[in-house]
Design a protein around this ligand. Structure first.
Ligand code: F6P
Length: 505
């Protein structure tokens, strides 16, 4: 680790979490370890390839550090107090916005003190980015925790080109309009030149909210933001469209091809008692992931004798997440009770129905698990993308394995050759699980080959290159020259949305 100069970076990423975690070894030595997770996986390769800085929280309360370099990435830590963690992170981000943006699967809580903390902490992130961004730099803000940052950056630094990417869904207006601070959030996001979403439907929902709440003229994929009559605040055209995120696909394939990983996959199967079929679920322990629905379907199949515990084992990796938020504590209790019941009812001395793991694993072990799994179950009730589905596909260089995939994930827009299910339809889910266990090899290969082509082509490098190219051209367009007004939204606009949606099916 080396200490670096402050300021002067041409490319700045701002996200709630830094790509590194502070880890204390048993002997008391502290070090920074690269943290797993979709966002980090997505952006790490881009950061390494550019001379950029990454602004974010250290992940623990009251940890203050000067900027440093870790594994080739310049890190600019933002400190959060215990109150900030409670009100901004656990409260407004994960108990207001998270459930609201995931179609109110759990009820969102609205508290004014949480909102005040969200505004204050967003300003702190914005200030940290402002301090390190060079004149005319590109700043790329990530995710729902920081939706006010784009406008804060623009107000202080009109020279910057600003991007924002929303990793989670953006809800339909009928749901979004519940939010007491709905107008401020839209206004905050519209400080960006480019706003990226996972799906076309998310971009459409956002655009509609901008139209309804601020009266702005929208025509896919643009939103026209009027100026305030001064040279510093000219009219701007904001690009709001879908940029579906992906993974470092070839890295997963490379790992899967390693003999030691394949040996480990065999060892995992042997450890499970060599069942005919290994099923796998890998999720953050979150109520959006439909883990309960998956367990219900699996339990009923065992009960009805359509699956047999001698033949089939379900491995469920449930990564601990947001453990101080009440809805997550309750979910853990429910899931673990269900796992215990199913194992108690159906397990034998030699075969467990569910092998349950309440912790994360390093990537090597995950890839071995993907190779060991005949069937991958992704049953999310709502998910921005679901990178686990893509990781499974990227790892299966043998063109085998069946992906059962919820149609409520962003990934299902692309992975059309998966077995697509509605997780609320337990009978439909059960049928799909049985179909997956009985699918002939030729069909498994045909489906997997086609999904692999897509995942290997549309990888994270392409995602970031496309976003950054859009950002560069938007930055040039919004250089202060007056913009030609776009036409008012008309009924044909809706048709365009529909056509765009169909194209993505
Ligand atoms: O994409 C959703 C997201 O909240 C990311 O911002 C984050 O990296 C990941 O899920 C894990 O969540 P958390 O940072 O709250 O543990």
């Amino acid at each position: 680790m080396t200490t670096q100069k402050h300021g002067g970076y041409d490319f700045v990423v701002v996200s709630n979490r830094l790509p590194v975690d502070r880890v204390i070894a048993p002997n008391g030595d502290a070090s920074w370890q690269h943290s797993p997770g979709g966002l980090v996986t997505a952006l790490e390769p881009v950061m390494r390839a550019t001379d950029g800085a990454w602004v974010g929280w250290t992940g623990q309360p009251d940890l203050e550090f000067d900027p440093f370099v870790s594994d080739g990435i310049r890190i600019v830590p933002v400190a959060l107090s215990p109150d900030d963690v409670e009100n901004y992170y656990e409260g407004f981000s994960n108990d207001t916005l998270w459930p609201l943006y995931h179609d109110v699967i759990a009820p969102p809580s609205y508290h004014r003190e949480w909102w005040e903390s969200y505004v204050a902490v967003n300003q702190r992130f914005a200030d940290a980015a402002i301090a390190v961004a060079a004149q005319g730099a590109v700043v790329w803000v990530q995710d729902y925790q920081l939706q006010l940052v784009p406008k804060m950056l623009r107000t202080a630094r009109p020279d910057l080109t600003i991007g924002f990417f929303n990793h989670i869904p953006f809800p339909p207006y009928g749901i979004y309009s519940q939010l007491p601070w709905r107008t401020q959030i839209i206004d905050g996001l519209l400080g960006a030149d480019v706003i990226g979403f996972q799906r076309v439907a998310d971009a459409a929902n956002f655009s509609r909210a901008a139209r309804r709440l601020l009266g702005y003229v929208t025509k896919y994929p643009y939103i026209e933001v009027p100026g305030e009559g001064t040279a510093e605040t000219p009219a701007r055209r904001v690009l709001a469209k879908a940029f579906p995120i992906s993974i470092d696909s070839s890295a997963f394939e490379e790992l899967a091809r390693k003999p030691e990983i394949q040996a480990r996959a065999k060892e995992i199967r042997a450890g499970l008692g060599n069942p005919k079929i290994v099923m796998l679920g890998v999720d953050r322990l979150d109520y959006t992931k439909g883990i309960g629905h998956r367990l219900k379907a699996f339990g009923e199949l065992l009960e009805e004798g359509r699956l047999n515990v001698q033949d089939v084992t379900l491995v469920q990796v449930a990564n601990p997440s947001r453990e101080r938020v009440a809805a997550y504590m309750q979910l853990r209790d429910e899931i673990e009770l269900t796992v215990g019941r199913i194992n108690g009812d159906f397990g034998t001395m030699s075969h467990q129905a569910i092998s349950y793991h309440h912790h994360g694993y390093p990537r090597d072990e995950m890839v071995a698990l993907y190779l060991a799994a005949d069937v991958m179950l992704v049953t999310a009730l709502r998910d921005g993308m679901n990178l686990v589905a893509k990781e499974y596909v990227a790892s299966r260089f043998d063109n085998d394995g069946v992906l059962v995939l919820s149609e409520f994930t962003g990934a299902s827009d692309e992975l059309r050759r998966s077995l697509r299910i509605n997780p609320h339809d337990i009978d439909g889910l059960k049928d799909a699980i049985v179909q997956a266990t009985e699918m002939p090899l030729v069909e498994r290969q045909r489906r997997m080959r086609s999904m692999r082509k897509l995942v290997l082509r549309n990888d994270v490098a392409r995602w970031s290159a496309e976003f950054l190219a859009a950002l560069r051209s938007a930055g040039a367009d919004n250089s202060g020259e007056p913009v030609e007004p776009v036409e008012e939204e008309d009924p044909l606009g809706e048709l365009e949305w529909t056509i765009e949606r169909i194209r993505h099916r």
